[in-house]
Design a protein around this ligand. Structure first.
Ligand SMILES: N[C@@H](CCC[C@H](N)C(=O)O)C(=O)O
Length: 294
């Protein structure tokens, strides 16, 4: 029976499959069956670990809707933690469609990931037409206007508001995600700057919906706030599931790179019936191997 590890970063949860010893038949429909919280194992993203010739592992990412995407900050910390535990080291390299990520364990627990240099040109977001990514001419709902766009491996739009809790994200998230301005669709971030060191953030994730936390969302939002001069170059981003530390240093060896620090948690290990991959669903007995829930 195929084995999986259930992990999460601040409640943004993953089913992790290991395909280093042999490819798994994972198409979009299979991914949707696995991520389904009622009939599958249930998670925000399905992560498949594959071999890499330039890193410890390659991390393949599928959203709950089955679509393959380039980046996932919370999963990057989790996969790095798995690899570091396996190797018995304090650092790891994780490759992904979004780029090569260097990770290190931090004193006191948690993982720091160098998320690379954010992409800020409109073509890199991508946007449908030329626009200043620091001030998009886009006002999709009352109280939501003049957002920032940032790509940190995946596309994000960030709205700064006075009260993040007051935004009906369930209602406006889907429309913004699918707006024609974003040809690759977009992750939607609602940010409230609390002071120069702290941001409150709620996220509607592309291909998923509202999540408890989004690592790339926290990085993109921090970059947006720093570009707008709203915060210093190191901030705490408070998501529904907890806080991430994000820095974007202006000097030093990691100048211009976004650094994300936060927890990586293993919830349980389990196995599932082969027919989940083959397409016949999963029985409740097989789900999670009877282990404790996340
Ligand atoms: N949860 C992730 C982001 C996952 C991918 C995203 N939904 C997308 O479609 O780009 C994170 O922690 O960054």
């Amino acid at each position: 029976m195929p084995a999986f590890v259930k992990m999460h970063g601040l409640g943004n949860d993953f089913v992790v499959l290991d395909a280093r010893e042999g490819a798994l038949p994972l198409d979009e429909a299979t991914a949707r069956r696995i991520t389904d919280r009622k009939t599958g194992i249930g998670c925000d993203q399905l992560i498949v670990i594959e071999p890499s010739d330039r890193a410890d592992v390659f991390m393949r990412i599928r959203n709950a809707d089955g679509g393959e995407v380039e980046a996932c900050g919370n999963a990057a910390r989790c996969i790095a933690a798995l690899v570091m535990a396996e190797k018995g080291t304090g650092s790891a390299k994780v490759d992904s469609l979004g780029g090569l990520l260097q990770a290190e364990a931090v004193a006191g627990g948690g993982v720091r990931i160098d998320m690379g240099v954010p992409r800020l040109d409109w073509q890199q977001i991508p946007l449908h037409c030329a626009m200043d990514s620091l001030h998009l001419d886009f006002a999709p709902a009352p109280g939501l206007a003049d957002p920032v766009a940032v790509n940190v491996g995946n596309p994000h739009v960030i709205f700064f508001v006075d009260d993040a809790a007051a935004v009906d994200l369930e209602r406006c998230g889907p429309a913004i995600e699918h707006d024609p301005l974003f040809p690759a669709r977009v992750n939607v971030n609602i940010a409230q700057v609390l002071d120069r060191d702290r941001i409150r953030l709620r996220v509607w994730e592309r291909g998923v919906g509202i999540t408890r936390a989004c690592g790339t969302g926290a990085c993109a939002t921090a970059v947006a706030a720093m570009r707008r001069g709203l915060t210093g170059r190191a901030v705490e981003v408070r998501l529904d599931g907890g806080a991430l530390q994000i820095a974007w240093p202006e000097a030093g060896p990691q100048q211009g790179h976004v650094l994300m620090t936060g927890p990586a948690t293993e919830s349980f290990r389990g196995t599932f019936a082969d027919d989940l991959l083959a397409g016949d669903g999963i029985s409740p007995q097989d789900r999670a191997g009877g282990s404790r829930a996340a």
